[in-house]
Design a protein around this ligand. Structure first.
Ligand SMILES: [Fe+2]
Length: 308
């Protein structure tokens, strides 16, 4: 049923602090009523809606499906006694609204995600035995001036006080599929029609909140050019460069101004619809990374979002 991640909504105490952070990260801002909406350059798709509020909170997640998926979802929601609600936020888009088992708002729309903007051709790589870049430089002096250009919001990890219960709801009712997990601590879920290894994941905590948002970039250079730009601008480094096991993607995480994380990623596993995919179920550190330039900081798994 759920086929895509469209965007997320977040309440923050200071929209201008958010604007500076996400613009430095590489997103573009436009005003929408009283809110600030951020998109990837050249892509006709909202990715983050920042709304003014007294404290920072992941307010909702907007997901996409098709007509048949919406019919099936409405039936599943009825069977699970989940009632549809009027829009809880003053937002200019449609779709249905309901809450997950821990009270987090979900919006589902019949919508296809927009294609990424600009050229997204992968870099040519000279891997031994498959040299593809012949007679061409990978880097020249202009490479130093390159900027991270986020292509799309790929996934988010939400904190959950009960990861198995969250997983059961998102699989049984929303039709998502488990790609990998770690005991009752972590679960990575992909869409019903396949795609990225994970679109939504859950990490155990005392209460709900946002662990991180993750944006795809074009290559490994952009992960580090982006991360180093953020650090030079005074934002807090967190974890990376490294490579995950769950998803296999290269990563670098930075702290956002409110204590959640934002990730640049490249080279994630893609799982086709109907694949015979065997999930890993191992200790968190085994699922988390193959290697990283530094160990994860102690606060990497902490939930800084206040309880309601
Ligand atoms: Fe991630």
């Amino acid at each position: 049923m759920i086929r895509s991640l469209l965007h997320i909504g977040m309440t923050v105490p200071d929209l201008e602090i958010g604007r500076a952070f996400y613009e430095t990260f590489g997103l573009e801002m436009r005003a929408s009523g009283n809110d600030y909406v951020f998109r990837c350059p050249g892509r006709d798709q909202d990715q983050i809606r920042l709304m003014q509020g007294s404290k920072k909170k992941l307010s909702y997640t907007a997901l996409g499906t098709n007509e048949a998926g919406m019919e099936q979802l409405l039936r599943k929601l009825r069977e699970a006694n989940v009632s549809l609600q009027p829009p809880p936020f003053d937002v200019p888009f449609g779709g249905i609204w309901f809450q997950d088992p821990h009270g987090d708002w979900l919006n589902v729309q019949v919508a296809e995600p927009a294609p990424a903007g600009g050229s997204v051709l992968p870099p040519e790589i000279n891997a031994h035995g498959r040299y593809r870049r012949i007679g061409k430089r990978a880097c020249d002096i202009s490479t130093r001036a390159k900027k991270a250009r986020p292509l799309r919001l790929g996934h988010l990890i939400k904190f959950s006080p009960d990861v198995p219960a969250s997983t059961a709801f998102y699989t049984d009712v929303l039709g998502m599929l488990v790609s990998d997990k770690s005991l009752d601590i972590l679960a990575f879920l992909r869409g019903a029609a396949g795609g990225d290894h994970h679109m939504v994941a859950f990490a155990k905590s005392t209460h709900t909140g946002l662990h991180h948002l993750s944006f795809e970039v074009a290559d490994l250079d952009e992960i580090e050019i982006g991360a180093q730009t953020m650090i030079r601008a005074g934002y807090q480094d967190s974890f990376g460069l490294g490579r995950h096991v769950g998803g296999s993607n290269y990563f670098h995480y930075l702290r956002d101004p409110w204590g959640s994380l934002i990730e640049y990623f490249w080279d994630i596993d893609v799982i086709p619809e109907g694949a015979d995919w065997e999930p890993i179920d191992a200790a968190p550190h085994e699922v988390m990374f193959v290697w990283a330039t530094t160990p994860p900081p102690d606060d990497f798994v902490l939930n800084f979002e206040a309880r309601d």
